[in-house]
Ligand binder design. Structure first.
Ligand SMILES: *[C@@H]1O[C@H](CO)[C@@H](O)[C@H](O)[C@H]1NC(C)=O
Ligand SMILES: *[C@@H]1O[C@H](CO)[C@@H](O)[C@H](O)[C@H]1NC(C)=O
Ligand SMILES: *[C@@H]1O[C@H](CO)[C@@H](O)[C@H](O)[C@H]1NC(C)=O
Length: 503
């Protein structure tokens, strides 16, 4: 019996992390495998987020978000001292975005709603009709043009008034978010059929409540970040249950969450290390929602409990969600949204790394890149298309082939119109998605990040991810297609992976 179980486990591990991927990322290319065409109902689109493109930070009754406050009070933390006050002015220029979307002939458009634009104080009693009108206009115009709206409820711009209560460090956020989400279902759910509760919890909790590199700048590594994850998962699960019990029958939409993760490789081919690393990278948030047993991965619970005891704590820094919440959160999604950008090799460092305590210390591996990998303008972004293909197969095997939507994938540079490296990145990564589909992975859509150049958080306007360039010097913010836009348009039209020299 025992040996049988062990053999099954290690076969699954070999399947997921097997040997042929020991050299990856060569020339940012990926060989095609199988059918050259995407399935008929596969959906192509692009993504944006409110704070990064809308501007109009205090127009028409909008309230303050933590990103408004942070960029205003900490311009020294933004590479070029800039902010999203105006950005691409999409609040005034949605027609320019719509023109680009129509030009690309996308099937869907993923955008986010600024909580403070429709509820300036965060509480739903502070309803702001002009903000509601704006999103009604966006949704109606998309639908009138045959473009499906895919809506992110929360893309990092928490109302300052909610942060006063502690934001994601306080379990109050569960009710605060739930009330906001319910209003969104009531206001827009007749037309929006794809909802994403949270975008990238990793990037909400680690920089926000762990290492304090983003708002709300709470520095509590290994403690505050885990609190944030726990409350966020509960808010997500509660929102899903509310939709299913009260709105699904009429509205018939899908609700999911978007997680960001890379994949990991090991030069020494240590498959156990890889399996463990993926539990920390993706499992922490995916296991509670998408696994059969629910709750945080048991390896994390037991290791962090042990670390906490060694530190002399009475309570572990990360605790089980408990029976009640495990049941609510397990199965609380109709799809898994994935933002994939890059991957790493992992190594066991000679000495413990990271602050004590910290998530980095709990994780214990060193994430390293290969100097041969092609790098984007962003210092963390390397082209490793194999990582995306492997990740999708990992999700297929680990989470019962749940429906996956790639909600972000893209490349940064200095904003050149002839963005050949971006074209190359899209070619290899769209190929990775197609290869995975040909291998039985349940991927239903792909969204390029991003439609237009935008405010790249702490990097300001110094790193550009857009398919379209935005003239930031002109009050009208004209959009101009880059080579990558022309290439992506070809992908959508041919529903395959065209050669880059066809552009
Ligand atoms: C990597 O490990 C797997 C599983 O242990 C093994 O089957 C494979 O041959 C190894 N590959 C290399 C290159 O060592
Ligand atoms: C901090 O940000 C708030 C909100 O944008 C603003 O009202 C205030 O003037 C800022 N304070 C400083 C010192 O910049
Ligand atoms: C893919 O996901 C959909 C939606 O969850 C599900 O109905 C379908 O069975 C899945 N397909 C496979 C092959 O698992």
């Amino acid at each position: 019996m025992w040996s049988l179980i062990i053999i099954t486990l290690s076969l699954a591990t070999i399947e997921q992390f097997g040997s042929e991927a020991l050299v990856v990322g060569t020339n940012c290319t990926l060989a095609p495998k199988g059918n050259p065409k995407f399935p008929k109902d596969f959906s192509f689109g692009v993504s944006t987020s409110a704070y990064q493109i809308e501007g109009a930070w205090n127009a028409d009754g909008k309230g303050l978000s933590i990103w408004d406050e942070y960029t205003h009070n900490h311009s020294e933390r933004i590479t070029d001292g800039s902010n999203g006050d105006d950005a691409a002015k999409s609040y005034y220029n949605f027609d320019l975005d719509l023109k680009a979307l129509k030009d690309l002939k996308v099937n869907h458009y993923r955008f986010s709603i600024a909580w403070t634009r429709i509820f300036p104080s965060g509480e739903t009693v502070s309803r702001n009709q002009k903000g509601i009108d704006y999103y009604n206009k966006v949704i109606d115009k998309l639908l009138a043009n045959g473009i499906e709206p895919m809506v992110t409820m929360y893309h990092w711009d928490l109302p300052v008034e909610i942060q006063k209560f502690g934001g994601f460090a306080n379990s109050l956020i569960i009710q605060q978010f739930l009330q906001y989400a319910e209003e969104l279902f009531k206001l827009f759910g007749d037309r929006v059929k794809t909802w994403i509760t949270f975008n990238e919890p990793n990037m909400i909790c680690k920089p926000g409540y762990g290492i304090a590199s983003s708002p709300p700048l709470v520095k509590a590594p290994g403690v505050g970040d885990y609190m944030c994850f726990t409350n966020l998962l509960k808010a997500h699960g509660a929102t899903y249950r509310l939709y299913r019990s009260k709105y699904f029958e009429k509205q018939r939409g899908k609700v999911g969450i978007t997680l960001d993760t890379g994949f990991v490789f090991s030069k020494l081919n240590k498959t156990d290390d890889l399996a463990r690393a993926m539990q920390y990278k993706l499992g922490m948030l995916a296991h509670p929602i998408y696994s059969k047993s629910g709750d945080f991965p048991s390896i994390m619970l037991s290791e962090i409990k042990k670390n906490s005891q060694v530190e002399g704590r009475k309570q572990p820094r990360l605790s089980s969600l408990g029976g009640y919440w495990t049941d609510i959160i397990r199965g609380s999604a109709d799809f898994l949204g994935i933002n994939y950008y890059t991957s790493r090799y992992i190594e066991r460092p000679a000495k413990a790394i990271g602050e004590n305590p910290s998530m980095e210390r709990d994780y214990g591996f060193e994430d390293i890149f290969d100097p041969n990998w092609q790098r984007a303008k962003s210092n963390w972004l390397y082209c490793v298309p194999e990582g995306l293909e492997r990740l999708l197969k990992y999700i297929r095997d680990e989470f019962n082939n749940v429906e996956v939507k790639i909600t972000e994938n893209g490349w940064s540079d200095g904003g050149e119109l002839n963005d050949d490296n971006s074209v190359r990145y899209y070619k290899s990564h769209v190929q990775a998605v197609l290869n995975a589909i040909n291998d039985g992975c349940n991927v239903s859509s792909y969204s390029a990040w991003s439609l237009i150049d935008n405010f790249e958080w702490n990097k300001g306007y110094t790193e550009k991810f857009g398919l379209y360039s935005v003239n930031m010097k002109s009050p009208k913010r004209e959009r101009t297609p880059k080579k990558s836009a022309i290439y992506y348009k070809k992908i959508i039209k041919s529903r395959s992976v065209p050669n880059e020299d066809e552009v």
